[in-house]
Every structure is written in C-alpha cells, then in structure tokens.
Design a protein around this ligand. Structure first.
Ligand SMILES: Nc1nc2c(ncn2[C@@H]2O[C@H](COP(=O)(O)OP(=O)(O)OP(=O)(O)O)[C@@H](O)[C@H]2O)c(=O)[nH]1
Ligand SMILES: [Mg+2]
Length: 313
C-alpha cells in the first residue's frame, strides 16, 4: 500500500467538520454524495435509510470539508430509534458547522420544529446553515415561499436552496460550510473520500437494494451484515474474484418470505443490483452470496442491537 499523502497547503487553508441533520428522507445522504462526488452513503425514499454517522471528505485547493451524514431525527419509537437520536446529538456537539436540511416540497411540520428547538440550544456555539433541499421539485414561487418559511423557523447563519440531481448550488453549499471551518491543515490524506470500512459499504449496498420495493415496517426491520469477504484463492492474478458472504436480518418469518420472493426471485434481484455497486467499490468481479435470517424483534433487544453493530455507548 502507498503511504498516505498530505499535500503542502497554503497558510490560510481551512479544515474541519460539518454535519447534516434533518428529518428522515430530507436528502441528507444524497447531498453528501453530491458534495463528495461519489456514492458513499446509500439513499432511498424510505425513512431512516441512514443508520449510522458516515464521514465523507470533500477536497478543495483551499479547504478540506469533512461531512458527517447522520440518521434522520424523529421521535423515537424503538430502542434503535432512541440510539440513533443520541448518536445525532453527540455528533452535533462535535462539529464546526451544522447543515439543517428541509425539503422545499414539504411544509414545515412538527418534526422540523422539534429539530429546530434542539439546534437553538447549540446555535450560540455552532453556526447553523439551513439547506432547502430538493429545490428542483418546486417552481420559483414555491421555492421563495419555502425560503421565507424556513427563515421564520430559527436563527440561521445562512439559508441556501440546493438540488443534488440538478447540481444547483451544490458548490455554494460547500463554500458556505467551508467558510465556517477553522484554519487547519488537512485532517485526512489526499484522495480519501470516506472512512467507512469496505465491509460497511458493501453491507449498505445490499440494504439499499433490498429496500427497493418493500414497504410498511419492513424497511425498519431490515439489517445487513457482511459475514466474510476475501479474494478467492487459486485465481490467476489477472482474473481475481472476491467471495462476499452477506446476511440479511429481518424480524419475522413473514418478512423473510417477502425478501426471498417467489422461488427466490426477489433475493436474486437484490443480489444482482447490489453486486454491481460492490464490484465498483472493490474494483474486482464479485461472487455475492446472500442469506436471509430471522432475528426476532432485534430493534427492541439490546443484545441483538449490539450484535448488529448498533451499540454506540
Ligand atoms: N428530486 C430530488 N430528490 C431528491 C433530492 N435529494 C434527495 N432526493 C430523494 O429523496 C429521497 C431521500 O433521500 P436521502 O438522501 O436518502 O434522504 P436522507 O435525508 O438521507 O434520509 P434518511 O437517511 O432516511 O434520514 C431519495 O429518494 C432521494 O432520491 C433532490 O435534491 N431532488
Ligand atoms: Mg440518509
């Protein structure tokens, strides 16, 4: 492996941490990926897609912005939900600037006010930038209304409308966040775009594929873990192959049947979709082996939460 490379930087270089908060489904992970320029966080139309904090690193000639994408904040209904909220609160206390994501195409609701209240306590110490996301989904007039409504929600250092798919103001978001970073040399070596372990990225890609087309409680009941991944032995050097074994956990037998599908059709589809993303990350062809298991009521069981990687204490 090559040595990590920290380039020479000018004396006014800035580096530090920004975190994105917001209700579930407000576009935090999509914006993180757009800023980093590569997919490091999975996204979906299902709430609570993100379940742990993910660091994405943006490298620019005059700054390095480390983005911390967080799980959507909501009133917790399960032990998992409560732990995710605690995790976000701990993250907020540690960053240099906060990006509060509010989608342009939804009215401000109790969920947003709940977060705004939490942020008001921190705003004295840490600047909060309101990001009006999904700007492409509304016309100019509704966007103007959304900006006004957001302006009345709290005391923000700035309000920026942004659209990830249209690449509208993505660079502005980077600049505004970076202007609040302290003078510092880079914190991550050149070229690093995330500190997620490969196993986690792989498990997340499988979960993203499995989330497609399922509804009701199933998205919440789904957890994914890599059991083992390694290059297959006895392969010629120019034709490597990785064996990747992944377990999908659900909470009930009925959910297991849904994930597997008729004659295994859904599971096969999940596998082929996830495999493409995994091959892109690992840079080699992959043999992907998926197993579906039942971990009864894991969202409410401290022991099982720990085993599935949700022990943040
Ligand atoms: N049209 C449009 N859709 C967007 C934009 N940003 C996100 N979306 C969509 O909104 C949905 C939610 O996006 P995510 O990035 O997963 O949202 P999130 O805030 O990370 O959600 P959680 O992790 O569940 O808290 C996905 O279907 C995205 O494709 C945007 O700028 N424009
Ligand atoms: Mg997310």
């Amino acid at each position: 492996m090559s040595q990590p490379h920290f380039p020479e930087v000018p004396g006014d270089f800035r580096a530090g941490f920004a975190c994105f908060v917001g209700r579930p489904n407000t576009g935090k992970s999509t914006l993180t990926n757009a800023l980093v320029g590569q997919k490091i966080a999975i996204t979906s139309a299902k709430p609570q897609t993100t379940r742990h904090t993910i660091r994405g690193i943006v490298h620019r000639p005059d700054h390095q912005l480390i983005l911390v994408d967080t799980p959507g904040l909501h009133r917790p209904r399960t032990l998992l939900g409560a732990r995710l909220n605690d995790l976000v609160a701990a993250t907020l206390a540690e960053v240099d600037v906060i990006g509060f994501c509010l989608p342009a195409n939804e009215r401000i609701g109790p969920g947003d006010r709940y977060i705004a209240e939490q942020l008001a306590d921190i705003a004295g110490r840490t600047p909060v930038i309101a990001l009006v996301t999904k700007a492409d989904t509304v016309d100019r007039e509704r966007l103007a209304q959304a900006l006004l409504a957001v302006g009345q929600l709290g005391d923000f250092a700035d309000i920026v409308p942004v659209s990830a798919p249209d690449d509208y103001n993505v660079a502005t978001v980077d600049e505004v966040l970076a202007s609040h970073l302290p003078l510092s040399s880079p914190l991550y070596p050149d070229g690093d775009i995330t500190d997620e372990p490969e196993e986690v990225l792989v498990a997340e890609l499988v979960r993203e594929a499995a989330l497609e087309g399922v509804r009701d409680e199933l998205p919440h009941s789904l957890a994914v873990q890599v059991e083992e991944m390694a290059p297959r032995e006895d392969r010629p050097a120019e034709r490597p192959l990785w064996d990747v074994h992944v377990n999908l956990y659900v909470e009930r037998d009925s959910q297991k049947a849904i994930i597997i599908g008729k004659k295994g059709a859904r599971l096969k589809e999940i596998g082929s979709q996830a495999r493409r993303g995994i091959e892109a990350i690992l840079g080699t062809p992959v043999y992907l082996d998926l197993h579906v298991k039942v971990a009864k009521d894991w969202q409410r069981d401290p022991k099982q939460l720990g085993r599935l990687g949700f022990d943040f204490s």
